[in-house]
Design a protein. Structure first.
Length: 123
């Protein structure tokens, strides 16, 4: 960006456009789950986009789950939790747990496994 600016190229950065685009994506999803690490600009942008959906006459998605590591959870109730833990420890556990909720994910064989490898693994 600095090099482009030195060459006389002007870049237009508008956070409002980003928040509006994210709000429109939210409006297209009936349900939403959020996994956030810490509080900061990304968390603030997410919250602003969430709140903007109503102003844009879009359907605000139902929050099906919110997990925040080191930050306040978005929403309230049993599906919104905040975990005060180091992300390097908690994130792999959370992602593994979420992946295992996908139907059939635990019972799939790797695509590269041959029939002989599958039989060996089962014995």
């Amino acid at each position: 960006m600095v090099t482009a600016r030195a060459q006389g190229i002007r870049l237009r950065l508008d956070a409002t456009d980003d928040v509006e685009a994210l709000a429109r994506l939210f409006g297209a999803w009936p349900r939403l789950g959020a996994l956030r690490l810490g509080a900061g600009l990304a968390a603030a942008t997410l919250r602003q986009a969430w709140e903007l959906t109503a102003s844009l006459a879009l359907e605000t998605p139902a929050l099906s789950g919110s997990v925040a590591l080191g930050a306040p959870a978005i929403g309230s109730g049993e599906h919104a939790i905040s975990v005060q833990a180091d992300a390097t420890l908690a994130l792999p556990l959370l992602v593994t747990g979420l992946a295992q909720r996908i139907p059939g994910a635990r019972h799939r064989q790797p695509a590269f496994a041959t029939q002989a490898e599958r039989e060996t693994a089962l014995t």
